[in-house]
Design a protein around this ligand. Structure first.
Ligand SMILES: *[C@@H]1O[C@H](CO)[C@@H](O)[C@H](O)[C@H]1NC(C)=O
Length: 224
């Protein structure tokens, strides 16, 4: 009877100790979980302090500059998108992009959208594009994004018209190349806003297409 009494006492002490340890850890743990929302609140506060730039640019544009971002299409899967002064002017969500060359026209003085159009460069009639490019009025900004294939139906006349807008790569644009460009009607120099990736099976990111291109920048009012 005595021995079992001692064992019972030891068992009681053991239970008491483990309970105490458990409670101590539990309280520590719950104090941490109480602290968590405050930490979350702090980081949420920090995030609201970050200035949101137009078109989500990495840094804001100076006064008298327009913010823009142009993304080419990804292979033949995801369509291109264009943002100008925080307005999405062409995108798959807006349902106004397609395979070929996606072109948007913006007034270079006011930054207002003038129109946008897609030209099928694989099987379309390139004369529509020639007419479109020839009719662009002076002082117009021209934003271009490729999707899938911008080059099959390309002609020397179209290359020259894009070169006149300030393009450096239009003269070598070919089948399934990636191309993003911002130029202007009667630009005297080459535009600094252009990126180009040649379709090359050795270096392509996707099987039949190069990496998509993303270009952001600040274009001064009246680029001329
Ligand atoms: C741009 O807007 C200005 C002011 O409204 C206008 O005078 C000019 O003709 C426009 N330019 C183009 C190319 O539409």
């Amino acid at each position: 009877m005595r021995v079992s009494g001692v064992l019972r006492l030891l068992a009681f002490i053991f239970a008491l100790t483990t309970t105490w340890l458990f409670i101590r850890n539990y309280i520590k743990f719950s104090m941490e979980t109480i602290r968590l929302p405050r930490w979350l609140a702090d980081s949420a506060l920090k995030e609201t302090k970050v200035i949101k730039t137009k078109c989500d640019l990495s840094k804001p544009c100076p006064v008298n500059f327009f913010a823009f971002k142009i993304c080419s299409g990804a292979a033949n899967v995801v369509g291109p998108s264009m943002c100008f002064e925080n307005h999405i002017i062409m995108s798959p969500v807006k349902n106004n992009v397609d395979r070929g060359l996606n072109i948007a026209l913006v007034n270079g003085t006011t930054g207002t959208m003038m129109g946008q159009k897609t030209f099928d460069m694989y099987s379309g009639d390139v004369q529509f594009l020639v007419k479109f490019l020839k009719e662009i009025p002076e002082g117009t900004l021209v934003l271009v994004a490729s999707y899938d294939d911008p080059g099959t139906k390309m002609t020397d006349e179209v290359r020259q018209l894009f070169s006149n807008l300030g393009s450096s790569y239009a003269n070598q644009l070919g089948f399934r190349d990636s191309w993003v460009f911002l130029g202007a009607k009667d630009l005297k120099n080459k535009s600094p806003f252009e990126q180009f990736l040649k379709n090359n099976p050795e270096t392509n990111k996707y099987e039949g297409w190069p990496e998509l291109l993303e270009m952001e920048g600040c274009v001064p009012l009246k680029i001329l």
